[in-house]
Structures are given as structure tokens and as C-alpha cells.
Design a protein around this ligand. Sequence first.
Ligand code: NAP
Length: 305
Amino acid sequence: MSSTWHILGAGSLGSLWACRLARAGTAVRLVLRDGQRLRSYQLAGGLTLAEQDQTRCYAIPGETADAAGPIHRLLVACKAYDAASAVASVAARLAPGADVVLLQNGLGSQDEVAEQVPHARCISASSTEGAFREKDWQVRFAGQGFNWLGDPGNPMPATWFEDVQRAGIPAEWTPDILPRLWRKLALNCAINPLTVLYGCNNGGLLGHLEEVDALCTELQQLLHRCGQPQAALGLGEDVQRVILATAANYSSMYQDVQAGRRTEVHYLLGHACRAASRHGLALPLLEHLQQRLVDNLRARGLPCN
Ligand code: NAP
């Protein structure tokens, strides 16, 4: 079986993973959106990773989805709303028993991908690392963090997990990836939409702590109803800790909105509201928050899905 990693999506996180794997001598190939993006990448001569005051270019081979050859190990690094269609474009190349690692924030896209590739093992990741694109094909590693990887259907670590550790990517295999994804989603729901609505950094929410706290109470009800009591434990305190620790930062949703980019709201607050309604659980504050956010995005001419 080939040990090459195919990285689908050479944006911020995909480039960060690709460069670190390549630096450790692991075989990596980038799967780019189309021929035009591939030509642009080839002209650039590789992916550049900037880390503190060091910048290095990695001449990682690129291809498009319709290239020949089977894929055994696929890292999906698109936004949640692009993941399923991007994976569909390479589904025919996935070898039986291939592993697909999903870096998407939120919940819902993992199931959409799994539907496209029933013959693959889907592994979810929850990442607290931070990276952004300085320009096309150049990414800055902006925030140290950690990655948890796991397969909700199978606690056994993947055979290639050592590749990740050898590449210096801080990561742990966990049999409890779903509680981690739910917890991160709940934190996101309590913080990110309000930063958009109040037009503030995370610290700006210190002036709205009653509202944040009331949202956390509803989110805890939801987590319990969804069979995630572990993710509900001490949520309010954790949210306040995050707000204080990241007071000067702007949330990813705030940054997306400011830059006129589509947000991942469908897989964050949207997923929470859909789960509540599926369980027949009335969460008026969360529903009202979603309505306010949708109105806000519409007024800016941004998609609300
Ligand atoms: P990003 O910088 O926007 O990168 C997404 C990449 O996917 C882009 O390069 C895009 O291609 C590519 N793409 C989209 N559709 C494609 C397709 N059909 N085929 C091939 N490539 C395709 O996004 P990101 O910030 O890395 O985020 C990826 C995921 O990681 C998100 O769910 C995000 O929430 C999560 N995450 C990100 C960070 C972070 O610090 N960035 C941290 C934690 C979690 P083009 O370049 O052609 O547009």
C-alpha cells in the first residue's frame, strides 16, 4: 500500500500539514481545485511555510482530482461547506480501505463526506493550531496548538499516525473525538456569532457575559440531549476562560465576515439548531441568535448557509 499523503485543499491548514509532512521526508501530493490553480501553483514553484522569522519553500508535487493513481491516505483541508463535493471529486480514486482525515471545524460535514465514500475509513480531527494565507501558496503558522484525531466508529489508531508525530505535528489519537468536536462547537456557538453581532473582539464579550452565560445553559441542555454530557461539563466556565485568554483576538467568524468570505455557520450554530429541532428541544436564545446572525449576514450580502 502506498504511504503517500494526498492533501485535498492547499489553503491555510492544508499547507501547514503538507509542509510539515514533506519536511519530515513523508511523500506528499497536493490535490488542487482545477487546472488553473495547478498552473498557478506550478508557477509559484512550491508551497512556502513562514514560521516566526523563518521562511522555507517546499516543492511538493501538485495534481488535480482527475489525475491517475489510487489514493490511500487523504487529508481533507477544505472548508466544511466544500468538503463533501471536493471528496466526491476524488472518490473514484480512493483505494478500498483508504483513510480519509477530516480537518473541518464544526459538525455535519464529516457525515456528508462519509456518505460520499462508504468504502473509506473517515477520521475526524479537532485542531487548535492557527494558520493563515499571506498570499496564494504561502502560509503563516500563526498559533501553536494541538490536534486530536479519532474515528467515532473504531478506537484503534490508524497505522500512519506515527507519520504525524514524526513530522512534529502535535497530535494525540483519541477514542473520544465526538465529545471534543461537540465541545469545540459549543464554545464556538457561545462566542463567535456574538462577536459578529456586536462587532467586537473576543474580549468585547466581557460586556455581555449574562447573555453568554444564558447561551451556555441552553448549549448544555443540547449537549445532554445529544448524548454528550462530557462535552457539557463546565462549559460556562470554559467559555469565560477562553474569552479572557483570547480577549485581544478576533474570532474566525468575525474575520470571515470582515473579509467578505462565506462563514462555516451551517456547520456550527446551524448544526446546533438543527440538532435541537431534531430532538424536539426548544432553545429560544440559540434560535434567536441564529436568526439575528442570518439577518446580519444577509444584510452584508453574505451566504447564511
Ligand atoms: P482555507 O485557507 O480557505 O483553505 C481551504 C482550501 O480548500 C483552499 O485552498 C481551497 O482552494 C481548497 N478547496 C476548496 N474546494 C476544493 C476542491 N474542490 N478541490 C481542491 N481544493 C479545494 O481554509 P482553512 O483556514 O485552511 O480551513 C480549513 C478547515 O480547517 C476549516 O473547516 C477551518 O474551520 C478549519 N480550521 C482552520 C484553522 C486555521 O487556522 N486556518 C484552524 C482550525 C481549524 P483555493 O485555494 O483554490 O480557494
